[in-house]
Design a protein around this ligand. Structure first.
Ligand code: ARG
Length: 431
């Protein structure tokens, strides 16, 4: 009996260590090449010292001794860089469940998918993601479960329930006829109704607010270019969100809806497909970030109805895709702030890094694309004192790849080593 109690105690101790989000430990990472995303320099033969979850020292390996008792990770044949960040990932949806198939996904099923997809995303090298809208605050629960070490996944910024107009792209859906009386959780019309939804999102744990100021590609019966919400409603939404200390991300494809959202003061425009010169100038003036998901189009058009995409969505995508890519080039060349966001879940989770090659194809240098996914997103997320670069005091969120991402950005599609908050989640060298 006594022995049994001891075994249980030992087990409990082991389990509490295994389940802890981070363990008290010193870690030493040898980096053959280290990409400084701020200066764009690649430093060779570097070392990073980590205490628990944070970087405490970083410098030439020759002058950075291994602390006593440290666990050493030898990445001397690899390029090390900060963990990647994606500003637009729907962890609770799967790519093969589009259109009417979505109706069959219960809230508990969506929550479970979220846990699966969070792990896949982390192992692909994305150590922080923003989830712009999820059913039933599943993103808040997932964020907390990950932070508590119950589930493996990236650090999450949760948008809670997206807020949109009746019949709009956000929250509502037009898949069912009237007799089903289906109304989306985030539907609000009028400034005060919109403010109430913002308050509700904040009450239930949202880190930022997601809204839609135009129709969308994948929503039934919405015109992708047409504005949703009046300027008055958007101003109320942003005013309330900012008063409560939350940033706002607005889905917007069409130029008028982009303009309205920017005039209202949103912090990021998602998609920005038909942005015009006026919109680009406004985005620059307001310091709003453009989060343009330019990988999506090839997946959507490649899969077509196989994945359940509605015929009208494919028709809309054919109008949006190529123009969005050209406007990405234009906005970037004009000096707009470009974030990195992919709309993961429209395409299969874990393929997020495929967008880097498209960003380079449409006008960025590899370094600029990597900065979008690190320092730029860190600032947009409001956590740039914590993540986005590798420096003493910062969270130990880092990844490693073979080859040189500044020469071939596609090497980021094969991340071999993932550390988040000092804990290693993937190390292909050891598998
Ligand atoms: N969620 C977006 C929408 O339905 C996806 C747009 C995808 N297409 C694109 N070219 N980015 O509007």
């Amino acid at each position: 009996m006594r022995l049994h109690a001891r075994v249980v105690n030992v087990l409990a101790a082991v389990l509490s260590v295994a389940c802890a989000p981070a363990f008290a430990a010193t870690t030493y990472v040898k980096a053959g090449r280290l990409l400084d995303v701020e200066s764009g320099r690649v430093l060779t033969d570097q070392a990073i010292v980590i205490e628990d979850t944070r970087i405490t020292a970083i410098g030439p390996a020759a002058s950075t001794p291994v602390p006593a008792g440290a666990t050493v990770h030898d990445l001397s044949t690899k390029t090390v860089l900060p963990g990647l960040m994606d500003a637009h990932v729907h962890l609770h949806g799967d790519a093969d469940l589009q259109g009417y198939r979505r109706l069959a996904i219960s809230l508990p099923a969506a929550a479970i998918k979220g846990a699966k997809n969070a792990r896949t995303t982390l192992l692909a090298g994305f150590t922080t993601v923003r989830v712009p809208g999820s059913p039933g605050y599943a993103d808040v629960a997932l964020r907390d479960a990950i932070a508590n070490g119950e589930v493996e996944g990236p650090r999450i910024l949760a948008g809670g329930i997206a807020i949109g107009i009746t019949g709009g792209h956000c929250s509502d859906n037009n898949l069912l006829p009237a007799e089903y009386k289906a109304v989306g959780e985030g539907v609000a019309d009028g400034p005060w109704a919109v403010r109430q939804k913002v308050r509700q999102d904040v009450k239930f744990g949202a880190d930022f607010i997601k809204t839609c100021s135009t129709g969308g590609v994948l929503s039934k019966g919405t015109e992708v270019g047409a504005p949703q919400y009046s300027l008055e409603e958007l101003k109320a939404l942003v005013d309330e969100a900012h008063a409560l200390g939350r940033k706002v991300a607005s889905h917007a494809h069409g130029a008028t809806g982009i303009r309205n959202a920017l005039l209202a003061g949103v912090d990021s425009i998602e998609h920005a497909s038909f942005i015009d010169d006026d919109g680009i100038a406004l985005a620059k003036k307001h310091g709003a970030v453009l989060v343009m998901d330019i990988y999506n189009t090839e997946y959507i058009l490649g899969e077509g109805e196989k994945a359940g995409f509605l015929p009208e969505s494919l028709e809309k995508e054919r109008r949006v895709g190529a123009t969005q890519r050209e406007n990405f080039r234009k906005a970037h060349q004009a000096g707009a702030i470009m974030g990195f966001g992919t709309d993961g879940g429209v395409y299969p989770h874990g393929l997020n890094a495929r967008q880097f090659s498209r960003m380079v194809q449409f006008g960025m240098t590899p370094l600029q694309a990597i900065r979008s996914a690190t320092v730029v997103n860190a600032r947009l997320f409001g956590i740039d004192k914590d993540v986005g670069v590798l420096k003493p005091g910062y969270s130990a969120d880092l990844i490693a790849v073979d080859g040189d991402p500044l020469q071939d950005v596609a090497v980021l599609e094969n991340v071999g080593f993932v550390m988040k908050q000092g804990r290693v989640y993937k190390n292909t060298a050891k598998e």
